[in-house]
Design a protein around this ligand. Sequence first.
Ligand code: ZN
Ligand code: ZN
Length: 164
Amino acid sequence: MGRKVCRDCGEDKPAEEFYVDRTAADGRRGNCKSCQKAYVRKRYDENPVQNGDRRAIAARYRERHPEAVRAQNIANLRKRRVQMRQTVQDLLGNCCARCGTTENLQLDHMREDGAEHRARLNNNHDLMLREAIASIQSGEGRYQLLCQPHNLEKHWEHKRAEAI
Ligand SMILES: [Zn+2]
Ligand SMILES: [Zn+2]
């Protein structure tokens, strides 16, 4: 047997282009290999649960519940940010570098490059925190914790120094 017409796409193809099917009269499937592959793929996409494909199930869920997925993503981001902030504080000793209080702590850019830092990272707090953690861990000495009043005090000292 040399050639066969595919019942799906109607193309005339060599017999090897059809999967072997011992139950078929001529020993080959009625549709060609590419049509059969497309059919299997389509069925797989349509019935992810039946096929046990967890990724397809997740994709379907995302498609059907975009607002729930978005809310979950935002919650995850927030959680990660809180964790990163805590990591920064832990690494810096959890107290003001000037008075030792543990209240109202703020992250201080010791080299006064906070504005530059924010601008460079497009105000992306997650990236800023990640950079801060890496910097503190490598001992660069760029960051310290200051309580709100002392951060303000330092700010005015800096302004005064600039004026002189
Ligand atoms: Zn075909
Ligand atoms: Zn203080």
